[in-house]
Write a protein that binds this ligand. Structure first.
Ligand code: NDP
Length: 283
């Protein structure tokens, strides 16, 4: 039997999730098929239920439906509940929909294992206070940083996020204007949508400690605006493709009970990305 999955989002045509999951099926010798499904805010609940009624075993949920997906699920994992977002739904045969989030663990695996940057005792800056930022706060604090500072263009959202996780570890927050007063950071994670919108962030030049890592959750062919800016200021840089891969591997494990060994497949994963980049340039 083939287990069927899809990713639901809008826009969705360029999603790399189908080829990534098909590769995972091959690596783990599981027979799966993986589709792309477009929805609107109005149709999203029906689209999820229809996928289940047609025999779907699960789905991924991407922008802009991760918060909406909370309401569609019958039960949430503790991590999804804390994060306030769902990116993976497991469809049980008895009809129950269970919502999970794997964005935070995906980010952590990419930074700590793939990029070899342990977060323990490091000063970490999280830029942004939207859905993606909220989804990664608990796992970031769980890694034991010396400090996790949240900065956001709209200061109140950063303060509210820090307040919500105050019991989980050394978290603080501010608006962008007071960031220059903070000591430099070892790891800076950009969780804003600015890079993809072609907008630069108003961050101080003194942000990075020597040897710092600047990580952009967004990914694009070549540098993003943020990684280009950080590179010029001496930071090592990475974009969010590794996070995309690792959150997908965690989603695959939720559905299929086995986590693909992503480390064994980086050559092929990079080739997938390169062919998607060149297809985009042609369209
Ligand atoms: P949201 O719309 O929920 O949040 C957007 C955030 O970005 C807010 O904090 C907003 O600030 C800030 N922002 C937007 N534009 C600017 C700007 N010009 N200057 C400063 N701040 C800005 O988006 P998400 O949280 O869902 O997603 C954020 C990013 O993370 C996207 O690029 C997405 O692609 C990426 N992502 C990547 C994943 C991966 O697997 N690699 C997984 C999930 C997300 P304000 O509050 O002031 O409006």
């Amino acid at each position: 039997m083939i287990n069927r999955y899809t990713v639901i989002g809008n826009p969705i045509a360029h999603s790399l999730s189908p080829p990534i999951h098909e590769l995972f099926g091959e690596l783990t010798q599981r027979r799966i098929a993986y589709d792309r499904t477009e929805a609107t805010a109005e149709t999203f609940p029906d689209v999820v239920r229809r996928w289940q009624a047609e025999g779907g075993r699960g789905c991924n949920v991407t922008m802009p439906f991760k918060e909406l997906a909370l309401e569609v699920c019958d039960r949430l994992s503790p991590a999804a509940e804390r994060a306030g977002s769902v990116n993976t739904i497991l469809m049980h045969r008895d009809g129950r929909l269970v919502g999970h989030t794997t964005d935070g663990t995906g980010l952590l695996t990419d930074i700590e294992r793939n990029l070899r940057r342990p977060l323990a005792d490091r000063r970490v800056l999280l830029v942004g206070a939207g859905g993606a930022a909220r989804a990664v706060v608990e796992p970031l604090l769980g890694a034991g940083p010396a400090a996790l500072h949240v900065v956001n263009r709209t200061e109140e959202r950063a303060l509210a996020l820090a307040e919500a996780f105050a019991g989980d570890g050394p978290i603080s927050a501010s608006g962008t204007a007071s960031l220059a007063a903070e000591a430099p950071f070892d790891i800076v994670v950009n969780a804003t949508g600015a890079s993809l919108a072609g907008e630069s962030l108003a961050l101080p030049d003194t942000l990075f400690a020597p040897g710092a890592l600047a990580y952009d959750m967004a990914y694009a062919p070549g540098d993003t605006l943020f990684t280009a800016w950080a590179r010029e200021r001496g930071a090592d840089v990475a974009d969010g493709f590794g996070m995309l891969v690792e959150q997908a591997a965690d989603a695959f494990a939720v559905w299929e009970g086995v986590r693909p060994k992503t480390r064994m497949a980086w050559g092929r994963l990079r080739a997938l990305r390169d062919s998607a980049d060149s297809a985009r340039r042609e369209t």
